[in-house]
Design a protein around this ligand. Sequence first.
Ligand SMILES: [Mn+2]
Length: 315
Amino acid sequence: MSQHKREADRSFLGLSDVATRAERARAWVLPVPYEATTSYGSGTREGPSAILAASGQLELFDREFDCEPAMVYGIHTVGPLIPVQGSHEAMVDEIRDVVADMLGGDRAPELLAVLGGEHTISDGIVRGLASVIPADELVVVQVDAHADLRDEYGGSRFSHACTARRILETCPVFQIGIRSMSVDEEAFRRSRKELKTVFAEDAAGHDVSFLEDLRGFIRGKKVYMTIDLDGLDPAIMPSVGTPEPGGLSWDRTLDIVRVVCSESAGVPAFDVVELAPIRGLHAPDFLAAKLVYKILSHALLGGRLRECDSTKAGK
Ligand SMILES: [Mn+2]
């Protein structure tokens, strides 16, 4: 266990003070334990705390970077944002305003990681991000089992089943791992040029030609990445409200992360959402925590590995 760890903390990775002070940290982690519209299984309000708890068990050292990446860039964990319940639209507006303040302020972090919570929160984050990044520079990459392209669901235009449809009102979307949608969503998808869908069978197998399309989509753009964990294979990620057979492996998910982080114009923010922890089953919580750490490291150090030199193994 690294010397930089300490026990019993609610900070991501359980980091000690030196790496977590807001003014030093290049990354901030914002937990948003929002749950209101989940349609099947429940428990996403417990997702952020389960990710934080599991993150305390992660090794700081990452062989891919040959260093302890978190000690290079620093991570400040913000207190949880507990949004207004009742109106999904009011919740989206609140998250938009919080994110806009955070990223537009004098002490704005280079990278904001949001832990969900249900997928509805992503639309608010994208709207907040769009207030500090020119609209023509921003795109979204969505990993998900579900297209989330409904215009309305359960009486709300801001249901988790409408997330990608609402985000499209702000910027183009590239979705990966999709294997569940309605006939209306399919018709909508075919009608929209600013939307690209890679279905699970084209993303999860040996053929990785979709990564070329992804490269073309993100080149020269700032990317907001939204990872709905049900996009992954439920064999490794059963802790979601609406699991779908098929989906991405751990390694393929990281392939996508590497392409997005190293070949776009930057990743200013991302989310990992929809973790609904299963009591006594820790592997999915650990996967979610490790995924957050991997994205943080690739977004902040990808292509600039020399920044790791001071914390390399053996020094
Ligand atoms: Mn989903």
